[in-house]
Design a protein around this ligand. Sequence first.
Ligand code: CO
Ligand code: CO
Length: 323
Amino acid sequence: MCGLELPTDPNLIVGLKSADDAGVYLINDELALIQTVDFFTPIVDDPYYFGQIAAANALSDVYAMGGVPKTAMNLVAFPSKDMDLSILREILKGGIDKLREAGAVLVGGHSIEDKELKYGLSVTGFVHPKKVLVKKKIQAGDLLVLTKPIGTGIATTAIKAGLAPDTLKDEVTNSMAMLNRYAAEIMEGYPVNACTDITGFGLLGHLAEMVEGSNYSVELWAEDVPVFQGVLEMASMGLIPAGAYRNREFRAAMVDFLDVPLSYQDILFDPQTSGGLLIAINSAFAQQFLDSLKVAGISSASIIGEVFQDGSERIIVKTKREV
Ligand code: CO
Ligand code: CO
């Protein structure tokens, strides 16, 4: 990272070198510590929902590593001269409510004065050292399951511009505030090989992280990727956040689009906030896993692609799955 010499420690199971969702530090044969941190500027107008979304997003990296969140600390930058403190109270209430839902406890935090409001959390979780899920352990024949729809970047851009219907606003807000806990709990009962969560790099950016260094390639089926209702139309109207173009530029060299319309391509690179888990699972169990997710109310979950034997580490995007 940036040419820095990275510190090493024999107990550091997952560190900066592997660029995974969180760091993992071995305590003993039964226990490892997961540590992660995330904060950002408001993504929605409602401060209580912003707090919930920021917390769900920060907790997500612990779930993506196969762990359970235990403690958390607030990170707050607040313009107290320009903004009423009741707004901050609502944000923090949203965060605490999500932590409670996750079964984690707030143990402290730090706030500074800043012109621009920012909120997030550092989260610490537990995991059994043998159950750590990393990104790059995808296996040939695995199917890829995504647990939440994508398009939050395009949708929030449209919401800010006043171009989104209330139904979309509610749907996207609820999805971003939803914990990945429920999908993670179901995942524990299945032979999952690799997992990550979908955030700022977009679906293809995070999939690229799984593929890079794995010695496998992946085929993705655009029409099977769950997308929020109306977002495809917004993408064809050109309502694309700048981050989507940056994501494309960064990963374009790894991706081959076969007859995939441009609006779909833009959605696949759309930066997500508090997105779903992307899970690589042995194909023999994939349908049963998907059914379990749906029974638990994770209704948008979908099988979106497949890992195949090809050391060139490519992502092939097709419109449809060939059967
Ligand atoms: Co992550
Ligand atoms: Co993160």
